[in-house]
Design a protein around this ligand. Structure first.
Ligand code: HEC
Ligand code: HEC
Length: 207
């Protein structure tokens, strides 16, 4: 089984490490490095090729042509189950940086190309319906457990930075949701696309 055929990226010297997070996230991910991320973050402990005994869905179900934001939604959904399993095994939540996320996305065959055009109107409805405002503020209104969503530090420029932020924060969000008796929200295919599109528009400086 070969990863998707991306042109091999040649990294020269330490140049890669000199690039800031934003710029690095915009560099196309590399599927071979993504495979290494998949192993080093322990994903491969639970996700193994079909036919082998694994705790999670088979690797083939994770690796398929999909949108970047679609996969972000799948990762979001996945957090509570993984959180519990890792805790049982005494393992730490594996942090994923934006460049690592770009590589992981490439390995799992996710690309922005496969995400549909966002429906920002639907995105507004999703923001409310998923209960984000029970904890977060949006234009000053909402809860105070989380941050003001129009001021997201990652800046909504890159879905990869969004995905990495969501990944790093999801265990803490899940803990808060449990404590507050809020159902951890789940996303289907296009909902994360619409929500991200709506938030990006809302956070954009006025023209
Ligand atoms: C401790 C075991 C475990 C580890 C480690 C693990 N997973 Fe999972 N994963 C699961 C289980 C169980 C499911 C099915 C339940 C669910 O979706 O929450 C799952 C489901 C998924 C899904 C599908 C979600 C959906 O419904 O579409 C994705 C994508 C995924 N994992 C990615 C990853 C990635 C990436 C990593 C490494 C950063 C990882 N997993 C590490 C156990 C694990
Ligand atoms: C139960 C409470 C809760 C819910 C519901 C919740 N969040 Fe959060 N969220 C938090 C908390 C708490 C943090 C801060 C986590 C930390 O840094 O420790 C956070 C952080 C974030 C961040 C990072 C903020 C930044 O500036 O870095 C984003 C983005 C985010 N949440 C998006 C969402 C979205 C989108 C939804 C709805 C789909 C949502 N959250 C639902 C509690 C929640």
């Amino acid at each position: 089984m070969r990863p998707i055929r991306l042109l091999p990226v040649i990294l020269l010297g330490g140049g890669f490490f000199a690039i800031g997070m934003q710029a690095a996230a915009e560099t196309p991910g590399d599927a071979e490095r993504g495979r290494a991320v998949f192993t080093s973050k322990e994903c491969s402990r639970c996700h193994v090729p079909r036919g082998q005994q694994g705790i999670g869905p088979a690797l083939e179900e994770l690796r398929r042509r999909q949108g970047t934001l679609e996969l972000t939604g799948r990762l979001w959904n996945h957090a509570p189950a993984m959180f519990v399993l890792l805790k049982q095994e005494g393992l730490e939540w594996p942090g994923i940086t934006a460049p690592e996320m770009a590589d992981l996305m490439a390995y799992l065959q996710a690309a922005p190309l496969w995400d549909p055009i966002p429906n920002v109107f639907a995105g507004h409805v999703i923001l409310v319906r998923k209960g984000c405002l029970k904890c977060h503020r949006f234009r000053g209104e909402g809860g105070s457990v989380g941050t003001e969503l129009t001021k997201f530090q990652g800046g909504y420029k890159s879905p990869i930075i969004w995905a990495a932020t969501i990944w790093d924060h999801s265990p803490r969000m899940a803990t808060h949701a449990q404590r507050m008796g809020i159902l951890y929200p789940r996303f289907t295919g296009e909902e994360m696309v619409d929500l991200f599109g709506f938030l990006r528009n809302a956070a954009a400086p006025p023209q």
